[in-house]
Ligand binder design. Structure first.
Ligand SMILES: Nc1nc2c(ncn2[C@@H]2O[C@H](COP(=O)(O)OP(=O)(O)OP(=O)(O)O)[C@@H](O)[C@H]2O)c(=O)[nH]1
Ligand SMILES: [Mg+2]
Length: 304
């Protein structure tokens, strides 16, 4: 699984929270997830778990591959086990800076094309309309760290995917920003986002059937939910006038550059940090973070 996106789109925070949420999720069906190598354990604890879950601070930008301290050069490897089988989950983080500055085929990023699942995080908080509407409701984005927009970065990621083997999960990150919209006085978005029955407004991951004998039920539940969500997120891209994003992904699927595309909405933290020394005031509350990876597993016939 390769996690991609522009600088500051939330990749590292997402990975940190994902592993944590995955552990909780797997426990329901009697499975465990363990770091497979000592390197994985050390990097996860030090780079992800410590800032997010112990120190409650904003993570530093992932260092570029050209620097000495690029800890993401080695992927993290996790072993998911039940009584009979093991599945290995290989997760690789990327520095947005490396993706943004790469043109064409970059050998260092060629692993995108060999991944089973490429997650592209589309930064909700950097949408101009979002920033305008939510001014005053959420802290201003610190744009010193930021470079290209998500829409500009997607073509670079797609360029690396020529083999047609990867499934592409196209996900709004920081989706909590969208959830704030009904609080702002805008007819246009408030009506859509205020709809309580929309799938992007609820997360039933932990309510799905789990455990032995319930695999088929869990899959059916997941499939229905993912199909609705996919359509809703496609519409949302249209609503914010970014339909070119979904178009590009669909074209890549048609051209057999990728195996398939699914649309998602995730929020790792659940709120926008007020400042770097404090990541959250309410505690980390993930929303739909597991959807992309469960979809990836589902597409490969791995039991979810
Ligand atoms: N509102 C909100 N903000 C988030 C969320 N996740 C991350 N952020 C914000 O986004 C910032 C950047 O997150 P990172 O995960 O470090 O971004 P990145 O994509 O790894 O950035 P690079 O490593 O520079 O490529 C964080 O410091 C938070 O301020 C979220 O779920 N909701
Ligand atoms: Mg990062």
């Amino acid at each position: 699984m390769a996690v991609t996106g522009a600088r500051g789109s939330g990749k590292s925070v997402y990975i940190g929270v994902l592993i944590y949420a995955l552990e909780q999720y797997l426990r329901r069906s009697g499975r465990t997830i363990q770091p497979y190598s000592t390197g994985t354990k050390a990097v996860y604890e030090q780079r992800y778990e410590a800032p997010l879950f112990r120190e409650n601070r904003v993570m530093e930008g992932t260092p570029t591959l050209l620097s000495g301290g690029a800890y993401q050069r080695d992927p993290m490897i996790w072993r998911i086990s039940d009584a009979q089988t093991s599945t290995f989950l290989v997760v690789r983080d990327a520095a947005g800076e490396d993706i943004e500055t790469s043109t064409g085929d970059l050998p260092q990023l060629s692993y995108f094309g060999r991944a089973d699942l490429v997650v592209f995080l589309f930064d909700s908080l950097r949408l101009p309309s979002m920033i305008q509407i939510l001014a005053g409701l959420i802290p201003a984005v610190d744009d010193q760290r930021l470079g290209s927009s998500s829409a500009e970065v997607l073509p670079t990621v797609l360029q690396q995917l020529s083999g047609g083997d990867a499934d592409l999960a196209l996900a709004f990150s920081k989706f909590d920003a969208f959830h704030e919209l009904p609080k702002a006085d805008t007819e246009h978005y408030a009506r859509v986002m205020g709809n309580p029955s929309a799938h992007f407004n609820r997360d039933e991951t932990m309510l799905r059937p789990a455990g032995p004998g319930q695999v088929a039920d869990a899959q059916r539940w997941f499939r229905n939910d993912a199909a609705f969500l996919d359509q809703e997120i496609r519409s949302l891209f249209r609503l914010i006038h970014e339909e070119s994003v979904t178009l590009q992904a669909d074209q890549a699927a048609q051209n057999k550059q990728i195996r398939g595309v699914g649309h998602f909405a995730v929020s790792a933290v659940g709120e926008t940090p007020q400042h770097s020394a404090r990541l959250t005031t309410r505690g980390i509350s993930p929303f739909r973070v597991l959807d992309p990876i469960l979809w990836g597993m589902y597409r490969r016939g791995i039991s979810i």
